[in-house]
Design a protein around this ligand. Structure first.
Ligand SMILES: [Zn+2]
Length: 225
């Protein structure tokens, strides 16, 4: 799959050239190669875990049945598994099931909220940059090790169905608002990295330094072409 980004909107050539990295004193050529490799790695990871084919599913209507309830249980188990990063949200497409279902962690109620057939019906004009927490970077269980600063709507109003069959219309803001937007995006095949790129924002990759300490290294992108 080398040689291009295929389904992604921004052509590979956009990332070539004009990159400079003073920190490590690499030559411009070497830096370009490194950036190409980093960018490719990010997209390669995304493509490998392809989260596609969801364009239509948001309009599907899923009847509540045991299958959907089992799916929600599986999402919760996957998001809270002991090994690896614990998730604050997970959509069905991330475990390979193309259904319009996701879960999002509510810090207030200390549990996951379940969203079936969700539809965002309005979005605030006001945007916020970064997750409203000490660590402002957004990540995704499907793209481990990659983090980014994402601009999101401050408030979204969403209509969804609960596992008990209620139709709920509710506004979400703050951290939960970000999670809801992130997971809703998944259902439409949009990853947070897509958002960062369209906003010409910054992506970071978790690396280890010489002594094994974890550090974030900016993935330098040129997206203005
Ligand atoms: Zn995600």
């Amino acid at each position: 799959m080398f040689g291009g980004f295929g389904n992604f909107n921004i052509p590979f050539d956009c990332y070539s050239g004009l990159i400079e990295s003073a920190e490590n004193n690499l030559s411009l050529l070497k830096t370009q190669q490194r950036v190409r490799r980093q960018v490719f790695n990010v997209f390669h990871k995304m493509k490998n875990r392809i989260l596609n084919g969801m364009e239509d599913s948001i309009s599907y209507y899923y009847q509540l049945n045991k299958e959907i309830l089992d799916l929600i249980s599986e999402l919760k188990e996957t998001a809270t598994q002991k090994e690896g990063t614990k998730g604050v949200g997970l959509s069905a497409i991330q475990i390979g099931i193309q259904k319009a279902v996701f879960i999002a962690w509510s810090s207030n109620s200390r549990k996951f909220l379940d969203f079936i057939n969700p539809e965002i019906i309005s979005r605030s004009k006001r945007m916020i940059l970064g997750v409203p927490r000490a660590n402002k970077l957004e990540g995704c269980l499907s793209i481990p090790g990659v983090w980014g600063l994402v601009k999101r709507h401050q408030v979204v109003k969403i209509r969804y169905q609960t596992p008990k069959g209620q139709i709920v219309v509710r506004k979400f803001k703050g951290f939960l608002g970000v999670i809801v937007q992130h997971e809703y995006d998944h259902l439409q095949g949009i990853l947070f990295t897509d958002r960062v790129l369209e906003q010409k924002g910054k992506l970071y990759e978790l690396k280890k330094d010489e002594v094994g300490r974890e550090m974030l290294e900016e993935i330098k992108l040129i997206t203005n072409c």
